[in-house]
Design a protein around this ligand. Structure first.
Ligand code: BES
Ligand code: ZN
Ligand code: ZN
Length: 483
C-alpha cells in the first residue's frame, strides 16, 4: 500500500472513497449529509460508519463518514481507531484508493501519524498461510493536507508508517506457528531486521549461556530439541542526550506446552503467542532504529521452547540462576519468569540503567484486568509514571498493580532461595515479585501482556489474533526520554 500526502483541495481529491470524521453533536453540512445529521442517522458516535455514494461537490466516488465522538474527548488514540474501522470497512468492499482528511486543529503530525497508523494496522490480516486468491489489497491511502500544514502532515505520514509497520512486524511474528518460528528462526528474523535497519545484533547460543551460568534459562530449554537463543539488539544514538541506557527485555517462549506441568489440550494452540513480549521488543527496536531517539537502547529477547521432553526439568528441580540465586521449580509452566530472571541479570551486567520487560507471563493478569489493560508493575515510581504517560498517549491501556515486598512470603521455598510460583492467589503479583529478585535495584517496569497480546475476536479497527500491544508505548517512551 502506498501512503502519501496530497495538497489538492478536498473537493478535488480523486479517490474511490474519502474518509471524513464526524464529531458527535456537530453537524456535517457537506457531501449532502445535513439531512442525515438532522434526522440523527449520522450522530458522530465513536466508530459509527455511514457510506455515501456519489456525494455532491467532491471528485471522490464515495464519502465514508466515521464517527469520532465528542470533540472534548477526541484524542489521537480515538482517531487511530476511527481510521482503522473506516479502512477495514472499505477494504472489505474491495475499495483500493482511499483518502482521508481532517481539519485544523487536528491536522498536525500527531494526528496525521495516528491516522496513518490506523490505516496500516487496519490493513494487516493474519492470512499469510491462506492459499486462496481472494485476498483483498488496498493500493493507496492519501492524506489530504492543506498548504499551511503540509510539512507537518508529511512528517506525520513518515512517522505513522514506521510505527504502524513496526507494530505489524510484531503482530506477524507473533502469528507465526511454533513449527516455523523456533527460537533459532526467531533469532534469524531479528538478525535480518537488524541488518535492514542498521542495528547491531548478537545472538547468544547455548554454550555461551552455559559459560554465563544461565541455569534458570537453560533449565527451561533443556526439555526441547530446539536450542535456545538470546537475542541482543543494540541501538546507539549518534549524539546521546542522556546517560541512560534503556534495556527492553521480552519473553520469547516460541511455544509453551507447560513442560512436565503440562497444560490442558483445550486452547493450547494459542500458546504460540507466548513470545509476544519478545516480538514487541523486536518491533519496538525496529521503529527505534528508524526514529533515532537520543539515548542508548538495547533489546534482550530470550527465546526458548517449553516442552515436556525426556530431558525436561521436573517439578522439584533446583536451578542456579546467573545471579547466583537458587530457584526451586515447583511448576514448570511458570517458565517465563525463569528465562527472564537470567535475562534481567544479563541486561544489568550489560550496563542498563533502566529496565522494561514485556511478557505473556500469567493467566492471572487476565483474571484481574480482563483483556483491556496491561498489568503494570514497577520498582520505580518515576519510571512507572513515564511508561503510564506514554501508554495513555498511545491508547494502549495499562493499569498499575502492587509490588509490595510482603507478597514475597508467597514465594518461599523450603529448599532454595526462592520458589518459581506463589500459590493460588495473586498470581500476577507474585510473578512480578519473582522478577524483582533479578532486576534488583535497577529502576524497572514489568508489563504483563498475557491478557492483551491476543484478540480472540475481530475489532472494527483490528483483525483478530496478535494485537502488537506495547510497541507504540515503548517507542514513545524512548522518543520522549528525558533524564
Ligand atoms: N504463558 C503462560 C501465561 C499465559 C496464560 C499467557 C494464558 C497467555 C494466556 C505462562 O507461562 C504460564 O503458564 N503461567 C502460569 C503460571 C502458574 C503456573 C503459576 C499460569 O498463568 O497459569
Ligand atoms: Zn507457562
Ligand atoms: Zn509461558
Amino acid at each position: 500500500m502506498q501512503i502519501r500526502t496530497d495538497l489538492k483541495p478536498l473537493h478535488q481529491v480523486e479517490a474511490d472513497a474519502l474518509i471524513i470524521p464526524v464529531f458527535e453533536g456537530k453537524k456535517e453540512e457537506r457531501f449532502g449529509a445535513s439531512d442525515l445529521c438532522a434526522s440523527g442517522e449520522v450522530a458522530g458516535k465513536p466508530l459509527e460508519l455511514t457510506l455515501l455514494h456519489h456525494p455532491p461537490g467532491v471528485a471522490a466516488k464515495r464519502v465514508l463518514l466515521v464517527g469520532v465522538g465528542k470533540a472534548e474527548k477526541f484524542t489521537s488514540a480515538e482517531l487511530r481507531k476511527a481510521v482503522g474501522a473506516a479502512f477495514r470497512h472499505l477494504k472489505a468492499k474491495s475499495i483500493k484508493n482511499m483518502a482521508f482528511a481532517l481539519d485544523t486543529p487536528y491536522s498536525g503530525a500527531e494526528f496525521v501519524s495516528a491516522a496513518v497508523e490506523g490505516a496500516v494496522l487496519g490493513d494487516y490480516e493474519p492470512d499469510r498461510y491462506k492459499t486462496g486468491n481472494d485476498k483483498k489489497s488496498v493500493e493507496q491511502f492519501v492524506i489530504a493536507a492543506s498548504e499551511g500544514t503540509f510539512a507537518e502532515a508529511q512528517s506525520g505520514v513518515a512517522h505513522g508508517q514506521i510505527i504502524g509497520e513496526s507494530q505489524n512486524f510484531t503482530r506477524a511474528m507473533v502469528n507465526e506457528p511454533a513449527n516455523l518460528l523456533t527460537p533459532t528462526r526467531m533469532a534469524e528474523a531479528a538478525r535480518a531486521m537488524a541488518q535492514e535497519f542498521q542495528l547491531d545484533c548478537e545472538v547468544l547460543d547455548q554454550p555461551k549461556m552455559t559459560e554465563l551460568k544461565m541455569g534458570s534459562l537453560l533449565g527451561v530449554s533443556q526439555g526441547s530439541a530446539e536450542p535456545p537463543a538470546l537475542i541482543v539488539l543494540r541501538y546507539r544514538p549518534e549524539k546521546a542526550q542522556s546517560t541512560a541506557h534503556l534495556g527492553l527485555v521480552g519473553k520469547g517462549v516460541t511455544f509453551d506446552t507447560g513442560g512436565i506441568s503440562i497444560k490442558p489440550a483445550d486452547g493450547m494452540e494459542k500458546m504460540k503467542y507466548d513470545m509476544a513480549g519478545g516480538a514487541a521488543m523486536i518491533g519496538a527496536m525496529r521503529a527505534i532504529a528508524q526514529l533515532k531517539p537520543a539515548l542508548t537502547i538495547t533489546g534482550f529477547i530470550p527465546c526458548v521452547e517449553n516442552m515436556p521432553g525426556s530431558r525436561a526439568q521436573r517439578p522439584g528441580d533446583i536451578v542456579t540462576a546467573m545471579s547466583g540465586k537458587t530457584i526451586e521449580v515447583i511448576n514448570t509452566d511458570a517458565e517465563g519468569r525463569l528465562i527472564l530472571a537470567d535475562t534481567l541479570t544479563y541486561a544489568r551486567q550489560q550496563g542498563c540503567t533502566h529496565l522494561i520487560d514485556a511478557a505473556t507471563l500469567t493467566g492471572a493478569v487476565a483474571v484481574a484486568l480482563g483483556h483491556l489493560n496491561v498489568g503494570l508493575f514497577s520498582s520505580d515510581d518515576a519510571l512507572r509514571d513515564r511508561v503510564m504517560a506514554a501508554s495513555k498517549a498511545e491508547g494502549e491501556r495499562m493499569w498499575p498493580l502492587p509490588l509490595e515486598e510482603d507478597y514475597k512470603d508467597y514465594l518461599k521455598s523450603a529448599f532454595a532461595d526462592v520458589a518459581n510460583v506463589g500459590g493460588r492467589y495473586g498470581g500476577a503479583v507474585t510473578a512480578a515479585l519473582f522478577l524483582k529478585e533479578f532486576s534488583e535495584d535497577t529502576p524497572w517496569v514489568h508489563l504483563d501482556i498475557a491478557g492483551t497480546a491476543w484478540l480472540d475476536e475481530n475489532k472494527p479497527f483490528l483483525a483478530k489474533g496478535p494485537s502488537g500491544v506495547a510497541v507504540r508505548t515503548l517507542v514513545r517512551l524512548a522518543m520522549d526520554w528525558k533524564d
